[in-house]
Each structure stands twice: as C-alpha cells, then as structure tokens.
Ligand binder design. Structure first.
Ligand SMILES: NC(=O)c1ccc[n+]([C@@H]2O[C@H](COP(=O)([O-])OP(=O)(O)OC[C@H]3O[C@@H](n4cnc5c(N)ncnc54)[C@H](O)[C@@H]3O)[C@@H](O)[C@H]2O)c1
Ligand SMILES: O=c1ccn([C@@H]2O[C@H](COP(=O)(O)OP(=O)(O)O[C@H]3O[C@H](CO)[C@@H](O)[C@H](O)[C@H]3O)[C@@H](O)[C@H]2O)c(=O)[nH]1
Length: 445
C-alpha cells in the first residue's frame, strides 16, 4: 500500500516506521522542516527505544520517506493517516485546529480515491465532521472514506506496543474500507476489533479514563495506608492477584502525567458536560491526581518544618522513564511548589533535560549527572523510576548527600533494602523508614 502519515510526533512517527517495517511504502509529512531534515537522515526527533534503528533500516530499504511538502506527500496515496496533535484548550476540550488544518491539506492535494484514517485522539463526532469538511471542500470527483483508528501505544514501549498490542480498533461506516485497513495491519497479527466510528472514538477516551481512574484509585488507597500503617505495595499485590482486578496500573505514586491521561480525562469531562451529564468518576480521578502530584512536597515540609534554602536533588523530570517527554509531568507542579517554598533545586534526568528547560521554571539548576545532583544535597526527590537512577541511588545518596534523606514518589525500593543502609526514606502509602543517627548506631551508611 502507498501510505502517508500527517504529523510525525510519537504516534505519527511510530506508525509510519512500523508500517514501513511490515512492507508498506510510507511517506511521513510534517510542517516542522527541522524535524523533517533530521528524520530524512535517519535521526529520530524523539527518544524512543528501538525507533531510530528501525527508522534507519527502512530508510535504507527505500520504503520510508519524509517531506514537509504536502503535495509531494499526499497526491497519489491510497491511505492517509492523520496523527497530528489534539491539545487541551483552556475549557478542557480538545483543540481540533490541527486536525482541521490537516483535513484542509488533504482537500488541497489529493488526486484520487483515498481512505483517511484518524489516529489522533478526538471527541466523538470528529471523524464524521472531518469527512464532511473534506467532502464539502473537494472540487474534484474523488471518493473519500474515513476510519477512526485510535492509537493505544505508550511512550517508552511504543514499538513493542505496536507489534504486540492487545487490539487494533477500526471504526468505520463502510465495511470495504475497514477490510482494507485490516489487511494493511495483517502482518502485525494483533487482534482487530471492528465497530462503528462513534464507538471507536469513545473506546479511546473510555480506555484512558479507566486507566487514569485505576491509578487514582490505588493512590487513594495509598493515602489510607499511610494513615493506618498498611503497605500499599502489598495491598496492590494482594488485589492484583484477583483476575478480575489484574496487577497492572496499580503502582501508587505521585500520580499520572504525560501528554494523554491529563488532557484526555479533561476532554472526556467536557464532552460529557456538553451533553448535560456529570462524569463523577472521571472528575474524581482528576481531583485525586492533582492532590497526589504535590504529596511529596507536603511530606518534606512536614519533615523539615520548611524548605527554605534546602538544596534538593530533583531526580527524574520526564513523566515516566524511557522517554524524553516532559509534557504533563508531575515534575512541573512539584518544581513550582518547591520554588514557592524557597528550596534550591538541582535537577537531573537521563534524557529529559533538553525538553525540561523549555517547560520547567527557569530558576531550576540542571546537573550533568546523578552524582552532581546529589552532591551536598539536603534531600532528594525521586520522581521518575529511570533504571540509571534507581540502580545506584541508595549507594550514592550515602556517599554524596549531606545526610541520605530520600522522598521516593515511585516506591522504587523495598523498605528492608533501605533499612539495611540506614537511609531516611519516605515513600507513598508505606511506613517511613527512619534513620538512626550515627552516634546512636556507632556506624553510618
Ligand atoms: N503521545 C502518545 O503517546 C500518544 C498515544 C496515543 C494517542 N496519542 C494521540 O495522538 C495524537 C498525536 O499525539 P503526539 O504526541 O504524537 O503529537 P505531537 O505533538 O508529538 O506531534 C504532532 C506532530 O504533528 C505535526 N503537525 C501538525 N499539523 C500538521 C499538518 N497539518 N501537517 C503535517 N504535520 C502536522 C506537528 O508539527 C507535530 O510534529 C494526539 O491526538 C494524541 O492525543 C498520543
Ligand atoms: O500503575 C501506574 C501506571 C502508570 N502510572 C503513571 O501514569 C502515566 C502514564 O503512563 P503510561 O500509561 O505507561 O504512559 P503513556 O505513554 O501516557 O500511555 C497512556 O496514554 C497513551 C496516550 O493516549 C495511550 O495510548 C496508552 O495506552 C496509555 O497507557 C505515567 O505518568 C505513569 O508514571 C502510575 O502512576 N501508576
């Protein structure tokens, strides 16, 4: 198949690269000429394990191309994917400006019958609206089918999620177009679920809202564990063994972030309110998450009295490990609140510093290594569970900090492990491990 993909963010680029890997001829189009220049020579603009290698292989095989020229990219394609951004507007709804622009690009440049596949996350009704917009503006006699094909990949494991996903959702109003897309995906051997367009659009929001609610639920349980002296990790393990509950997405911590859960839950709330329905559970999930994000600061304030002038190592800026994406990261509200408390922040992240500099407050200092961040720090906040950080943090905290005092927002270490090293350790929904001062113990960590 001759395919093009509009938008080369996480979704567009991963989709384009993976479709070329299974043998399709794919042209990725972006309005950002810098990105196109990089990708054309095999450099991925995003940090995603395995993506760069796969990109290079398929460029070299001659079946993956990049262009900023919409005419060159769109004119003679069988299938055009739309994978542009749908950011959050001030009222919480999804901003469809980029999708509308992409639809207009399609109108201007297509020359033959085409299937338009919308991968971007869009409110129910958007696919039909886009189809009408294209048909109303077309001056040539061209048949256009539209398919809602929401994306479920996670950053950091995007390639694996594409090749071994749980399902591919195809929402269409036309069985023959749906069958063509099913055929495109056949080499992935991922189960296909076909439905109508509205339901496909809704599946995406319902899935993200459910996962966000699952995280907020376990975080609510963590609050209760904190107060009653139970251990949330054991509680989650015990719950997760029930097949009806399942073990995934039960990690308590500083809440969910990223470019999807926060905006998609807000968009779902707005969508529901627009039809005069109050989405109680989704709203509660959002509220719990907002409180969760600043919990570590509250804990540290309680411990120190205040954070004035404290040197704080902020470890992990991305919203999860194995990505350089800082969009919606808990590091944003946490660093703002720490600065309000007049703490001195020295931040480290293995991949996210470049993007963090453009999003986080300017008063943050950045360290070139974990050691530099920890050196003479009064306390450390662990926000992202990067292996590079968790692998050596406990040892290095003992060697480099004024005193090893860690506030762990991701429950990365077992309490026994920390106890052995005599580290002051506060985590989420688990009893604190208190440090025995060296003159009492006769030894130090
Ligand atoms: N990031 C994820 O992990 C993820 C996963 C599933 C679904 N989604 C959804 O997929 C969509 C895309 O998300 P993303 O994170 O990949 O976006 P992104 O912001 O990383 O990238 C979007 C890209 O589209 C380009 N673009 C915008 N308008 C264009 C046009 N008219 N022509 C060509 N290029 C254009 C932009 O320059 C940008 O490079 C969103 O709706 C998002 O909610 C994202
Ligand atoms: O038990 C858990 C699991 C995740 N998280 C946090 O939740 C956020 C999102 O994590 P994850 O879902 O792994 O990453 P995303 O890349 O944001 O992927 C989500 O959002 C994408 C965009 O819509 C969807 O495609 C994916 O299916 C959906 O998992 C991160 O901040 C995680 O730290 C927790 O706090 N506890």
């Amino acid at each position: 198949m001759n395919i093009s993909v509009l938008g080369t963010g996480y979704v567009g680029l991963v989709t384009g690269v993976c479709l070329s890997e299974i043998g399709h001829d794919v042209t990725c189009i972006d309005i950002d000429q810098d990105k196109i220049n990089k990708m054309s020579v095999g450099i991925s603009p995003i940090f995603e394990p395995g993506l760069n290698e796969l990109m290079l292989t398929n460029i070299n095989k001659g079946r993956l191309h990049f262009t900023a020229d919409h005419h060159q990219g769109l004119a003679d394609k069988d299938i055009i994917y739309i994978a542009v951004e749908t950011p959050q507007k001030e009222d919480g709804s999804a901003d469809l400006r980029f999708i509308v622009r992409a639809a207009k690009d399609i109108v201007c440049h297509i020359k033959k019958d085409v299937i338009v596949v919308i991968k971007s996350t869009v409110p129910v009704g958007t696919n039909k609206f886009i189809k009408e917009l294209i048909l109303d503006n077309l001056t040539k006699d061209i048949k256009v089918d539209i398919i809602s094909n929401p994306e479920f990949l996670r950053e950091g494991s995007a390639i694996n999620d594409t090749f071994y996903g749980d399902r591919i959702v195809i929402g269409s109003e036309n069985e023959s177009a749906a069958s063509i897309l099913e055929e495109v995906y056949k080499p992935f051997r991922v189960p296909v679920f076909k439905t109508d367009i509205y339901s496909a659009e809704m599946i995406k929001y319902a899935s993200n809202a459910f996962l966000a609610a699952k995280i907020s639920f376990i975080n609510e349980m963590a609050h209760i564990c904190d107060k009653v002296g139970a251990n949330i990790d054991d509680v989650a393990k015990g719950m997760g063994q029930d097949k009806r509950i399942g073990p995934d997405f039960l990690s308590a911590g500083i809440g969910y972030g990223g470019s999807c859960f926060p905006k998609d839950t807000q968009a779902l709330v707005k969508m529901a309110e627009d039809i005069q329905y109050k989405p109680i559970i989704t709203k509660a999930a959002i509220e719990v998450n907002e409180c969760q994000q600043t919990l570590l600061v509250e804990k540290a304030k309680k411990y120190f009295g205040n954070l004035l002038g404290k040197r704080l190592a902020l470890l992990g800026l991305t919203y999860k490990p194995n990505t350089d994406d800082v969009r919606g990261s808990p590091a944003i509200p946490i660093s703002k609140q720490l600065l309000k408390e007049s703490a001195e922040i020295i931040a480290y992240d293995p991949a996210g510093i470049g993007k963090a500099r453009t999003i986080l407050p300017s008063r943050i200092q950045y360290a070139g290594s974990l050691d530099e961040a920890l050196l003479n720090a009064d306390l450390a906040f662990l926000l992202t569970e990067w292996n590079e950080v968790t692998g050596s943090l406990l040892r290095k905290a003992c060697q480099l900090m004024k005193e090893p005092i860690i506030f762990d927002g991701r429950n990365c270490f077992s309490l026994d492990e920390v106890r052995k090293l005599n580290i002051e350790y506060h985590s989420i929904g688990r009893p604190p491990v208190l440090r025995v001062k060296s003159h009492h113990l006769g030894q130090d960590c």
